[in-house]
Design a protein around this ligand. Structure first.
Ligand code: OAD
Length: 235
């Protein structure tokens, strides 16, 4: 098969071996925090200090983390393979630091700040605090530029268009619990793409994939990338 367009969805599992915790594994983020408190607009309105504390800690961890072999392999694939777009649910920047260029952060980024009043965006300082003033409109409405439950993920029209015309769809390190990302495999399959799940264990939507490979991302992702680059010609 001569693949021309690959869409790769990544989730917290790809950054797990970089030391960043996942959400739903044993001891994961959602076993320690109630997501309603820290990942919804209502939670932020109720207790902005708690929400900032949560994202400040994650920002510090993300800045200290290093990309692992799985991030590096995907950057290699983009450099040497056909058209590759990463659609990540992760708010860290490990894909970019590994060298990937086409990265869509559908759940936003920890290193961004967003004005809840006017929508202006700026670079987040390492520590954000309640009432941070927007550099554009001066409202004290600064928040992390991350997508919370109940909000529309970013880049959706572009992602839908990519899914409708991809030859291969790969999901890596995501549990398949959160819509709309959990439905991407069905959309890609309907468009005729080969679908592949690379994960530590079968996800909630594993049965929807045409092919599955299980193991740590640092092993299964480089193995698949090398196999793909070695076995296909691109034109
Ligand atoms: P989850 O924590 O739900 O799932 C992580 C997946 O990665 C699980 O299927 C694990 O089995 C797998 N995994 C763990 N370690 C791995 C490793 N070393 N190698 C490969 N796979 C591994 O995280 P996500 O699916 O990313 O949203 O969660 C989706 C969204 O839910 C997040 O973006 C976040 C969260 O609530 C918001 O906050 C809006």
């Amino acid at each position: 098969m001569r693949a021309r367009r690959i869409v790769i969805l990544t989730g917290a599992g790809i950054s797990a071996e970089s030391g960043l915790g996942t959400f739903r594994d044993a001891g994961g983020v959602w076993s320690r925090y109630d997501l309603v408190d820290v990942a919804t607009p209502e939670g932020f309105a109720r207790d902005p200090a708690l929400v900032h504390e949560f994202y400040n800690a994650r920002r510090v961890s993300a800045r200290a983390a290093q990309p692992n072999a799985a991030h590096h392999a995907l950057a290699r694939l983009e450099a040497r393979g056909p058209e590759v777009t990463l659609v990540t649910q992760n708010v860290d920047d490990l894909h970019e630091r590994a060298g990937s260029r086409r990265v869509l952060h559908m759940h936003g980024r920890l290193d961004g700040a967003l004005c809840g009043a006017c929508g202006h965006r700026w670079d987040a300082a390492e520590t954000m605090a309640p009432g941070e003033a927007c550099p554009s409109c001066a409202a004290g409405a600064g928040r992390p530029d991350v997508v919370w439950f109940g909000e529309m993920p970013y880049h959706m029209p572009e992602i839908e268009a990519l899914l409708a015309r991809c030859d291969i769809f790969v999901a890596i390190g995501t549990s398949g619990n959160v819509y709309p990302a959990s439905a991407f495999v069905e959309e890609a399959a309907m468009a005729g793409a080969h679908t592949l799940e690379l994960n530590k264990e079968p996800s909630e939507v594993a049965r929807a994939f045409g092919e599955t490979r299980y193991g740590p991302a640092s092993q299964v992702v480089p193995a698949w990338v090398e196999e793909f680059l070695g076995g296909s010609r691109h034109g």
